[in-house]
Design a protein around this ligand. Sequence first.
Ligand code: ATR
Length: 282
Amino acid sequence: MNINGQTQLFGIIGHPVAHSLSPAMHNGAFAAMGINGIYVPMDTVDSTTAVAGLRSLGFVGVSVTVPHKVAVMEHLDEIDPVAQRIGAVNTLLFRRKPGEEEVVVRGFNTDWLGSNLALADRMQLAGSRVLVLGAGGGAKGVCFGLVEAGAEVIITNRTEEKGRVLADWLGCDFVPATGLADIHADALVNTTSVGMEPNSADIAIDPDLLNHFSVVMDIVYAPLRTRLLQEAENAGCRTIDGLSMLVNQAAVQLKIWTGKKPPIDVMRRALEKELEQRKSRK
Ligand code: ATR
């Protein structure tokens, strides 16, 4: 990497952010695309001053993660209509009008596209039926994307009230845990943190029910082969791991920032390598 006066600045704001896999993915992509850019993690407590700082420092593109995805919206000049409907932004694009000093900051949401693209690799979304486990921030993007793509979504969640609020917002059905045995669908998506290290023996659904689904996707990526995905394979399902969604949402970000086609395979390999290195450092 040769950092010089032409190097374009990118990064991620969040708190905490040290664990983020995005730098590995985006810097790997820049190298493969021949882009003179650098992507850095920026631990950020206050999104108000952060956006002002990024704006004046000449950043080109910035990812936004927890806890700033909603709060950052009030500091932007423009918000993509879909991000507005979701009520959360995970991508900022800074544009300087030619010949002008003024920088325009626009916010987007690529989370929902990431899960749609990951699922669309294995199935047709329009007209499909999908059961989603969980009702937190991850579920919101996944469910929104599915509804947008014309799928019928059924939500289940440990805390029923939270699940019903998400289902009502999207106009889809909610089913309590006691009703899961009767649900058959084209796909199952786990958006909960169940099964994440160090609790990798946990699983968010009774494994005996997995043969009710053709495709199973997990958003947990540590471990990569979660117990859910292993049991789903045993039950004959096609599986999609947690890195697929992550890579696809980042690829959409890169397209917004550079206008170029992102090297998805390179990004995925960069992620796998980073995870391997972290494992061996433990
Ligand atoms: P995120 O924004 O990453 O989705 P979140 O808002 O904390 O995180 O949501 C986490 C989801 O995982 C929620 O649906 C949560 O269920 P509750 O709404 O009942 O809290 C779910 N979850 C987390 N731990 C769980 C567990 N041990 N069993 C079942 N669901 C769990």
